[in-house]
Design a protein around this ligand. Structure first.
Ligand SMILES: [Zn+2]
Length: 332
């Protein structure tokens, strides 16, 4: 895939700043790309990496040996460090991975004037890995530029943060998300719909589409309709069903429920003159308002958020979802 600045949607200010620094050769040796998940931080970091390695005017030029190697994904001076899945413990970057990177990064560049190391999911470094990286950042060996990408800046050590130039990335506009989705081959009509549900994150929208978002939405909608008559038996049946899904899928399920609850709240607050996530469901949502007074909605939103937070910890999914469903059943 061709890596170029022009293909990136949004983040104009950050991109302008980076291109300027690249042109004027005043890039620091470590940069931190921080911001919400799925907004394109890594794409920007990859374009910068290609630009640093290309070294021509208006880099990346897209045609030199360095740029072609980047496009093929086998540039000898580019090192990508990503979290590895480690069974139940979830994804993490371990010290062995950092050490392997350090050995590689200390070598002389082969094709370009410098080496670039991109660390994606930097917040998933364990403590030992972080400390090891810190040593490298304090005393860089050779011509290396480090690009750290993270969606949880606060989880990184202060000492690491203080050694990196921070760049902060925001959510995209709905229109921009739509453009990204269409670039991915999604039809205009579908792109419109998913962009609305993406909360400014094309990555999230793409995940929704890939995880059968439409089917999931139907299920969540049915759940909301049934919430009135949720028996304890159903709590356990549904809890088991949800507990068997992947962590990501449960996250999507909760996210989807949240959009419906928000729409109900908006309909309460101002009759839904503001933008709804699900305008196509307006009439059906209005018919449900009586069963969902504001107090109850606020409580449910709170429960969803809390459950989303716990989802990130190493908790038993089935128990987590049962607990959540019991809370739902108790609010009526
Ligand atoms: Zn080039």
């Amino acid at each position: 895939m061709e890596i170029k600045w022009n293909g990136i949607v949004g983040h104009e200010r950050e991109i302008r700043r980076l291109r300027e620094m690249l042109r004027e050769e005043r890039l620091p040796h470590a940069l931190l790309f921080a911001g919400p998940q799925g907004v394109g931080k890594r794409r920007v970091a990859e374009a910068l990496a290609a630009g640093i390695l290309c070294g021509r005017e208006e880099a990346p030029c897209g045609g030199c040996a360095s740029c072609l190697a980047m496009q093929r994904g086998n540039h000898p001076d580019y090192y990508l460090l990503e979290p590895e899945t480690a069974g139940k413990a979830g994804r993490s970057i371990k010290i062995e991975q950092v050490r392997a990177m350090q050995t590689e990064a200390s070598r002389m560049p082969i094709l370009s004037g410098r080496r670039v190391v991109l660390i994606d999911g930097a917040e998933l470094m364990n403590e030992a890995a972080e400390n090891s990286l810190l040593k490298t950042l304090e005393e860089p060996v050779g011509q290396v530029v480090f690009l750290l990408v993270t969606s949880a800046r606060a989880s990184l050590l202060d000492t690491i943060l203080s050694r990196c130039m921070p760049l902060s990335f925001g959510m995209l506009e709905q229109e921009e998300v739509r453009t990204v989705l269409m670039q991915q081959g999604i039809s205009a009509q579908q792109a419109e719909r998913w962009a609305r549900l993406s909360d400014g994150s094309p990555g999230r929208a793409i995940q929704l589409v890939q995880h059968g978002g439409q089917e999931m939405q139907q299920k969540v909608w049915e759940f909301l309709e049934q919430m009135e008559h949720l028996s304890m038996r159903q709590v356990f049946v549904q809890g088991k069903e949800l507990g068997e899904l992947s962590r990501d899928a449960v996250g999507e399920w909760l996210g989807c429920l949240l959009t419906l609850l928000r729409d109900l709240l908006l309909l309460h607050l101002d009759g839904g003159s503001m933008l709804l996530y699900h305008p196509e469901l307006r009439e059906r949502l209005l018919a449900m308002l009586g069963s969902f007074p504001e107090q109850r909605l606020f409580f449910l939103v709170e429960q969803v958020r809390e459950t989303q937070g716990r989802l990130r910890t190493n908790v038993n999914l089935r128990l987590l979802m049962e607990r959540f469903l019991i809370q739902c059943a108790m609010t009526r």
